[in-house]
Design a binder for this molecule. Structure first.
Ligand SMILES: [Zn+2]
Length: 263
């Protein structure tokens, strides 16, 4: 199958608070503009949902070209709280699956390297993009409800501060299109969610996970005004986004962030 070059850029949700940083590419792509066939139509970036390998590769190559980065790093996402720091040693120990470099299993990627794109795959789960403008540390975090329970976003901010000199009070965060309070029904919440989440119950069995993530980021030291929520529910907007709850067998969206290389 030819991987055709197209001059048209794909649509992605971009955040006001991350725009305007020279050399930073970011966004959550819609499902449009790729080469995968139904039910993965069309910009699916997961090899693990039943799509054809070559089509996924082609979609990833288009995204990498738009990002303008040398490499794109992704993880087998396991709904845990493992955070990977992508330094030069980590890049060289990744497994190659062209055009992706694959880390060990994990759900958050952090780097300060230029030319390295961080990829998170989602279909209703949140991707949370982080930027510390001072240290230039960036992160991409995968957080479904299990990630919210494990507070992976807080753990990521702590590791950025401890290991990469990031300052939470200057950090910017962006919460991507994902399951909204309109559709986040958890009938087993008494078993699955901690009692503290009840503060975010918007009607019986429905929870606002966007607000939960914002609360966790603020607990980690971020300022409320530095946190931007896309406010787009993937279930309600499944014509533009892949939604596991809304569609069942479907693709995975690409959420990306990365500094362009300095050549
Ligand atoms: Zn919804």
């Amino acid at each position: 199958m030819p991987c055709q070059k197209s001059g048209k850029n794909r649509d992605r949700h971009q955040f006001k608070n991350l725009a305007g940083f020279s050399g930073l590419f970011h966004g959550v792509y819609t499902r449009h503009g790729g080469v995968s066939q139904p039910p993965f139509d069309s910009l699916n970036v997961s090899w693990n949902v039943g799509d054809e390998e070559e089509r996924v590769r082609c979609n990833l190559l288009k995204i990498q070209a738009e990002m303008g980065v040398d490499v794109v790093v992704g993880s087998p996402q396991v709904h845990g709280d493992e955070v990977h720091i992508i330094d030069e040693a980590a890049v060289s120990s990744c497994a190659g699956h062209h055009p992706l470099l694959i880390t060990p299993p994990g759900d958050a990627l952090v780097t300060r390297l230029k030319g390295v794109g961080l990829l998170i795959k989602v279909a209703d789960c949140q991707s949370i993009l982080l930027l510390d403008p001072v240290s230039e540390a960036i992160a991409n975090v995968h957080s479904g409800w299990r990630g919210s329970v494990a507070e992976i976003v807080k753990k990521t901010v702590s590791i950025m501060a401890e290991r990469l000199d990031a300052d939470p009070s200057s950090m910017l965060a962006a919460i991507g299109p994902s399951l909204g309070p309109c559709c986040a029904e958890f009938v087993n919440h008494e078993r699955e969610l901690p009692k503290s989440f009840l503060d975010f119950q918007v009607r019986p069995n429905h929870f606002d996970f966007w607000a939960i993530t914002r609360r966790q980021l603020m607990d980690a030291g971020l300022k409320e005004e530095n946190i931007e929520i896309a406010g787009r529910c993937t279930v309600c907007e499944k014509e533009n986004f892949f939604s596991y709850r809304g569609l069942g067998e479907t693709g995975r969206l690409a959420s990306v962030i990365g500094w362009k290389p300095v050549h």
